[in-house]
Write a protein that binds this ligand. Structure first.
Ligand code: ZN
Length: 301
């Protein structure tokens, strides 16, 4: 895999056996199986769809009946690479909300796409203290945020696009783990996964206004920058657009939730800068997305 990292700091390990993926070194060291897939497919399988690469998610444009068998088979294969299986998996519909679901035993197993019960619709994050549960989210530029508490044996995984980020979805996960499982944020670790970088993430002015209103002007100035418009000669002209830094915004949220800075790993991979290696919504890849997984392998409390 030829991925361009934006810093020399080693955050990830690359795995190329079976379905290729990246894992966070920090979570690996904690003993938390975790992954983030790419669009790179290195093996031949009847579960591979030549037209769309390896399908791990059902997209809005897919024929569900046609895609679902591929997707379920492929995701089970991927889960088994982490020592888990799709029988232990919980997923949600992901509608760019900041709702977080506390996983129940009846949530686990291969969901036929489109048939999730109401409590997992309009939900973009999950937390659990049930041993061996596999959490999965999808994204095609939106970063996942992984949270783990080795003391209480609990994990959380959220999908943090700009709406979820604005709604501080990582903080909602931390709060649920604190209230429901008795976790202390000081014991937690977190990892902000690959997603679109600030340079690649142009936004409308109303996004600045939304962060200024719901967070603060100082925060909006920190996580959004106005990139000037230039003419053909490179001269600055009126106009320009704001760019949003999802990593910085989610890092702020995690720090304010009380997770120590030295317990937080931040991705140095942009899905759009590496659109040859990742599905990037902003690069026009609507046909597939990345899968993020993590397993609660702490053994319960
Ligand atoms: Zn980028």
């Amino acid at each position: 895999m030829k991925i361009r990292f934006s810093s020399d700091k080693k955050i990830f390990s690359q795995h190329t056996d079976g379905v290729p993926y990246l894992s966070f070194d920090m979570l690996d060291e904690l003993g938390v199986p975790n992954l983030f897939t790419t669009r790179y497919v290195s093996y031949d399988s009847d579960a591979k769809d030549g037209r769309k690469g390896l399908r791990l998610a059902v997209m809005d444009t897919d024929d569900i009946e046609e895609a679902a068998p591929f997707v379920i088979k492929n995701r089970d294969r991927l889960a088994r690479q982490l020592g888990s299986s799709i029988d232990c998996e919980c997923i949600t519909d992901q509608k760019h909300t900041n709702y977080v679901h506390v996983v129940r035993p009846e949530d686990l197993g291969p969901d036929w796409p489109g048939e999730k019960p109401l409590h997992r619709q309009y939900v973009d994050g999950m937390v659990t203290d049930i041993p061996d549960v596999l959490l999965t989210v999808f994204g095609g530029d939106c970063p996942p945020v992984y949270i783990a508490d080795p003391v209480r044996g609990a994990i959380g995984l959220v999908h943090a696009g700009w709406k979820g980020t604005l709604g501080r979805i990582p903080a909602v996960a931390v709060a649920n783990m604190t209230v429901r499982f008795g976790c202390d944020p000081q014991d937690m670790y977190a990892a902000i996964g690959p997603g679109v970088c600030r340079d690649c993430y142009e936004m409308g002015n109303e996004i600045y206004d939304a962060f200024a209103e719901q967070w603060s002007t100082a925060d909006a100035d920190r996580i959004l920058s106005r990139y000037p418009a230039v003419d053909a000669d490179g001269r600055e002209i009126p106009g320009g657009k704001y760019h949003l830094d999802l990593r910085e915004a989610n890092l702020l949220t995690l720090l304010r939730s009380g997770i120590p800075e030295e317990h937080i790993a931040v991705s140095n991979v942009c899905t759009k800068c590496n659109a040859d290696m990742f599905y990037s919504y902003r690069s026009g890849h609507m046909e597939n997305e990345q899968t993020a997984m993590m397993v609660n392998r702490f053994g319960g409390r």
